[in-house]
Design a binder for this molecule. Structure first.
Ligand code: KG4
Length: 354
């Protein structure tokens, strides 16, 4: 950090304006937050991957390169903020796809250097957790989770149970040993011939189907860890077998297949979460990540919370999947602590322990 930026700490604004940048996978996003209240959140998805049934890393980084400037421009315009009013730039440092992360990281570094403002690195998974603290302009009535709470973080790349003691003090107590929950949704959707990402489409069909129509195998994993690869295999074998007898099996049973698959995934997620609540005695659960948008998971955990006496928190749907608002709020908490990084910062692809 140069001396000029260090001087800024002494005249730090009371209501900092943070620009957040997210580019860890296939969404290019920029958001502006003023004093923890959201002013804008622009997300550009990448349709190019649909034809491949999954994210193609090289295509993702090229699309980020094309999207990043218009997305940031739109986020500033939506927020009615000029570049010279930004107090600091927060960016996703990792984990994620290296080529994608490099686009956001390099952009953030260049922009912070040009504006001579602090740069803040944000861990993508911590940002998903902190999405629960994004304030809207008119939500004075809203309740935020108080510390400590458990976070069930379920996305396309991760499935974790985390004890959250503070904005920066988080401990993973359970995680997937193979596929993530979102991956299970997406891979099983692909087996049924559905486009990527399959999770939201399975959710849609599931709402019309019978969750008990088909039974798929559930893992027996010790402790609080998850596993989803066995479910994917059992789903594949079952479908293949049925297709041999009836080539229209998937089309004729799409609603029930989706409902049963969704029920099984959510059952696996809920049972370990209940175990974690029992073990820790913590009775507040925040759900984060793309899969937290799942209607069946929301219903199931709400029902479990009534039955077992715990409280659940779900983020707004637009803050469930990848977005820069969560990066900006995570950046805001670091800004308040003066936790900045220099221009020598580099992204990381894999999960790191904090
Ligand atoms: O958090 P996210 O946007 O990206 C990362 O993986 O970081 O999560 C994307 C994942 C995908 O696997 C997608 O299929 C899943 O979230 N997803 C859903 C739903 N919406 C998104 N899965 C089930 N039901 C949904 N409604």
């Amino acid at each position: 950090m140069n001396d000029k930026i260090r001087d800024l700490e002494h005249i730090a604004p009371v209501e900092p304006i943070i620009l957040g940048i997210e580019s860890s996978c296939d969404d290019t996003s920029a958001a502006v937050i003023k004093n923890s209240t959201i002013l804008s959140n622009v997300i550009a998805g990448q349709k190019v991957h649909e034809a491949y049934g999954g994210v193609v890393p090289e295509l993702a980084s090229r699309a980020h390169q094309q999207n990043i400037i218009p997305v940031v421009d739109m986020a500033l315009k939506d927020a009615d903020i000029k570049a010279n009013e930004i107090s600091a730039i927060a960016f996703t440092r990792g984990p994620g796809l290296m080529g994608s992360l490099l686009v956001g990281t390099s952009f953030a570094k260049g922009f912070a250097l040009a504006l001579n403002i602090p740069l803040i690195e944000v861990d993508h998974l911590q940002a998903h957790v902190l999405a629960h603290f994004i304030r809207e302009k008119d939500d004075s009535e809203r309740h935020f989770p108080s510390f400590p709470f458990l976070c069930l973080l379920v996305s396309g790349g991760n499935s974790q149970i985390i004890i959250v003691r503070d904005y920066s003090d988080m401990k993973i107590i359970g995680q997937t040993i193979d596929d993530a929950a979102g991956e299970a949704f997406d891979k099983c959707a692909k087996i049924m011939g559905l486009p990527y990402p399959g999770g939201p489409i399975v959710d849609k069909y599931a709402q019309k189907g019978n969750p008990y129509a088909f039974k798929f195998s559930k893992p027996c994993i010790a402790g609080l860890d998850y596993s989803f690869s066995g479910l994917k295999t059992s789903f594949l074998y079952y479908i293949n077998k049925q297709q041999k007898a009836n080539s229209n099996f998937i089309q004729e049973n799409m609603d029930d297949l989706c409902a049963s698959l969704q029920f099984t995934i959510n059952d696996i997620l809920a049972s370990k979460l209940l175990k974690a609540i029992k073990q820790t005695g913590i009775k507040k659960v925040a759900v984060s990540g793309g899969v937290s948008a799942n209607s069946g998971l929301r219903e199931r955990l709400t029902a479990e919370s009534v039955k077992h006496g715990f409280r659940t928190f779900f983020p707004k749907l637009s803050y469930s999947t990848d977005n820069a608002a969560m990066v900006a709020i995570a950046g805001y908490f670091k800004y308040m602590k003066g936790d900045f990084v220099g221009q020598d910062i580099v992204p990381y692809a894999r999960v790191v322990a904090h």
